[in-house]
Design a protein around this ligand. Structure first.
Ligand SMILES: [Cu+2]
Length: 146
């Protein structure tokens, strides 16, 4: 009896650990920083369904990404949008936030995941969008002190 309960517990834990984190990513064919961001997600345990698109502005309109939050690629997880170079940790945060319909790193700040170029690291924020279409700061990544 004791053994079988332990076995059930272990199986339950394994099932949870292997719970798939699947994200759809829409991008332009020639977007190098987009594929670098996809690698960042894969390194952090995400399964990525990669979609090469002809018209990214149409994709962003369809997914409800406001123009002020726009970047290069657009991901979708649990029906929420993930716009631009959002760190994997913030995608996990977004999944826990029932008040948010999406998250974005507007523009393409140097030093964000997939935008690593040399030593330069810009300050940036991850912005969540709530049901009233208002911005909420999800994370703040200050520039490193030199
Ligand atoms: Cu980019």
């Amino acid at each position: 009896m004791r053994l079988s309960l332990l076995a059930l517990f272990l199986i339950g834990n394994l099932a949870h650990a292997s719970e798939p984190l699947t994200i759809d990513v829409h991008r332009d064919a020639s977007c190098g920083c987009c594929t670098a961001w996809i690698s960042h997600l894969q390194d952090n345990g995400f399964t990525v369904n990669d979609h090469v698109e002809q018209d990214m502005s149409a994709v962003k309109r369809r997914l409800g990404v406001p123009a002020r939050l726009a970047s290069c690629h657009t991901g979708v997880i649990d029906g929420k949008f993930v716009e631009g170079h959002v760190p994997a940790a913030d995608i996990l945060k977004l999944r826990e936030r029932a008040d948010l319909v999406g998250a974005a790193v507007p523009g393409m700040p140097v030093g964000s995941p997939g935008m690593e170029y040399g030593d330069r690291v810009d300050a940036y924020q991850v912005i969540g969008l709530d049901h009233d279409r208002q911005d909420q700061v999800l994370s703040d990544y200050p520039a490193p002190q030199r």
